[in-house]
Design a protein around this ligand. Structure first.
Ligand SMILES: Nc1ncnc2c1ncn2[C@@H]1O[C@H](COP(=O)(O)OP(=O)(O)O)[C@@H](O)[C@H]1O
Ligand SMILES: Nc1ccn([C@@H]2O[C@H](COP(=O)(O)O)[C@@H](O)[C@H]2O)c(=O)n1
Length: 224
């Protein structure tokens, strides 16, 4: 009998900033802990800005597709699909730049690709087995963002509001929300939507079997 070539399963999780993408991705990750699984965040692939001054970096539109090194992300995703390890970039929010360090990411059977603009890029979309859009009202998302950016990213309320009005909201309307049409599943209530998480994990397990990955692995590396 000819043995089927194994192929990892790719789940794309998108939605606006603060919608609950990370929470949903972690919920799926935790529910599939027995499998070989990883989360790849689009945020790690913000373009290198070493040639820019700090003032110039503050001017960057971080919600536009051109802010990301999508070619590198695509190259890495293709490597992971071939069961090759990647040197994942590390983003440093304090420097508004990619760090000089990289992290070795070993391939896994389940790849959760998470980020605001992953469904906007057809090349990435075409590699996904399941496309998920986490749908959360704008007012909830901005409130979450204010909390996160003032507590964890050292930004003032005025800065958060200005960035939201100048780039986050218009880019969401132009690129993120329209990408919802490509989603297989739209998840309201994000990580708290246990029915959606259960349905997704069951579907992932059935695709794993179809892709020749019917073994349950011990998760050696649980770093995200
Ligand atoms: N369904 C939910 N109910 C309440 N709080 C939530 C829910 N989903 C996410 N959060 C909280 O909202 C914040 C943003 O969620 P996160 O998953 O990081 O969003 P994203 O990755 O889309 O920016 C986090 O503090 C998280 O704990
Ligand atoms: N230097 C940066 C880089 C990114 N952002 C914001 O992050 C958001 C995406 O991440 P989420 O976890 O919130 O989805 C995006 O909306 C960028 O505006 C930033 O503020 N500064």
């Amino acid at each position: 009998m000819v043995e089927k070539k194994k192929r990892p399963v790719v789940i794309g999780v998108t939605g606006g900033s603060g919608s609950g993408k990370t929470t949903v991705s972690r919920a799926i990750f935790n529910q599939l802990l027995g499998h070989s699984i990883m989360i790849l965040q689009q945020d790690s692939y913000y373009k290198d800005q070493s040639h820019k001054t700090m003032a110039e970096r503050e001017e960057t539109n971080y919600d536009h597709p051109l802010a990301f090194d999508s070619d590198l992300l695509l190259e890495h995703l293709n490597k992971l699909l071939n069961y090759e390890a990647i040197e994942k970039p590390v983003y440093d929010y304090t420097k508004l730049n990619r760090s000089t360090e990289t992290v070795t990411q070993e391939p896994r059977d389940v790849i959760i690709l998470e980020g605001i603009l992953i469904l906007d890029d057809k090349r990435l979309r075409d590699l996904m087995d399941i496309k998920v859009f986490v749908d959360t009202d704008d007012d909830i998302r901005i409130l979450r963002r204010i909390q996160r950016d003032t507590k964890e990213r050292g930004r003032t309320l005025d800065e958060v509001i200005q960035q939201y009005l100048e780039t986050v909201r218009p880019m969401y309307n132009q690129f993120v929300e329209p990408s919802k049409r490509y989603a297989d599943i739209i998840v309201p209530e994000g990580g708290k939507n246990q029915v959606a998480i259960d349905l997704l994990t069951t579907k992932i397990q059935s695709i794993l079997v179809k892709h020749g990955n019917n073994k349950v692995f011990n998760n050696i590396d649980t770093t995200i």
